[in-house]
Design a protein around this ligand. Structure first.
Ligand SMILES: C[S@@+](CC[C@H](N)C(=O)[O-])C[C@H]1O[C@@H](n2cnc3c(N)ncnc32)[C@H](O)[C@@H]1O
Length: 284
């Protein structure tokens, strides 16, 4: 691909999704954008960029942006965050929200749904203790294609084998040929909506728990900092933010601080919005 065409794509992806493509990663453009080139009936990436310059067609720009996202996910990814959710975070928040009996959870890079559905299954297991509670789970992603798959709740044998406890497989999935269908009772616990993390999330409302896992790694430092700043504004001071195993707020944003004794989870710092219950941050 010509150098100036690489720069056009690099700039377009940075502007539309925050994705940073360094010259060493140029090969990723070739492998991921060739299907887009074929779909738009052009021979290669130079011709695809020529089409971008000529048309500025929104659908074409969306196809390019979505094709470049990495949608890797799995049920109960990394195990620990979900164990911690069940045994530490959920009991603590249930105590703090006892009078309101309402929890809102946001999976801000939901991909194909394994993360929000893992949370939904954990919450469903707690349904006796949570009788009378209203729990909302919102899954958002930049890519509309992955959200369609998430809504369908249909997974392959390979996807099911990665991380899903056998007891949950038996309880919440039905086999249909070589596919596994998630039960409607779990599917209906999650709402999906397209949302770009580069935009202002205020209209999504406030959240007690935010899963922002394995997405900040694709952004540069200023974008990471502004995303964390906007997320902090939506959370009470006793809210909990989950990041991926390779992600941190250190050296990026002072809007969150780590929860002592609990790896990988963070709470808004005191200059973020006050707790809706008017309490201090939780001592987990
Ligand atoms: C690697 S997946 C992570 C999925 C899940 N959170 C997990 O940890 O398994 C990253 C997701 O972030 C989404 N993404 C990338 N850039 C985004 C942006 N600017 N706004 C919203 N989602 C974005 C991608 O479409 C992709 O589905």
């Amino acid at each position: 691909m010509q150098a100036d065409n690489f720069e056009v794509l690099q700039k377009l992806l940075k502007q539309r999704s925050g994705l940073v493509v360094s010259p060493e990663k140029a090969y990723l453009l070739e492998s991921r954008l060739m299907p887009v080139a074929r779909k738009w009936s052009v021979k290669g990436l130079d011709e695809l960029v020529a089409l971008v310059r000529a048309k500025r067609d929104e659908k074409l720009l969306q196809d390019i942006t979505e094709a470049m996202t990495t949608n890797e996910s799995s049920f109960f990814r990394d195990t620990r965050p979900f164990d911690q959710f069940k045994s530490v975070v959920l009991p603590q928040l249930m105590e703090q929200r006892a009078s309101r009996r309402h929890l809102r959870i946001w999976c801000a890079a939901a991909s194909t749904g394994q993360e929000p559905y893992s949370l939904a299954m954990v919450l469903h297991e707690e349904r006796v203790r949570m009788n009378g509670w209203r729990v909302e789970i919102l899954g958002t992603d930049l890519s509309t294609e992955v959200l369609d798959k998430a809504r369908d709740g249909v997974y392959s044998q390979f996807e099911i084998q990665r991380g899903l406890p056998i007891t949950y497989l038996v309880k919440y999935f039905r086999q249909d040929g070589d596919k596994w269908l998630l039960s409607p009772e779990i599917r209906q616990m999650v709402d999906y909506r397209p949302f770009n993390l580069l935009e202002d999330p205020t209209a999504l409302g406030r959240f007690d728990i935010v899963f922002l896992r394995n997405v900040l790694i694709y952004f540069d430092r200023p974008d990471k900092a502004s995303i964390l700043g906007r997320v902090a504004k939506l959370m009470p001071s006793d809210g909990v933010l989950y990041l991926g195993g390779a992600e941190t707020v250190f050296g990026i944003s002072d809007r969150f601080k780590p929860v002592e004794g609990q790896r990988g989870i963070y709470q808004p710092t005191s200059d973020a919005e006050p707790s809706s219950a008017g309490r201090q941050a939780a001592a987990f």
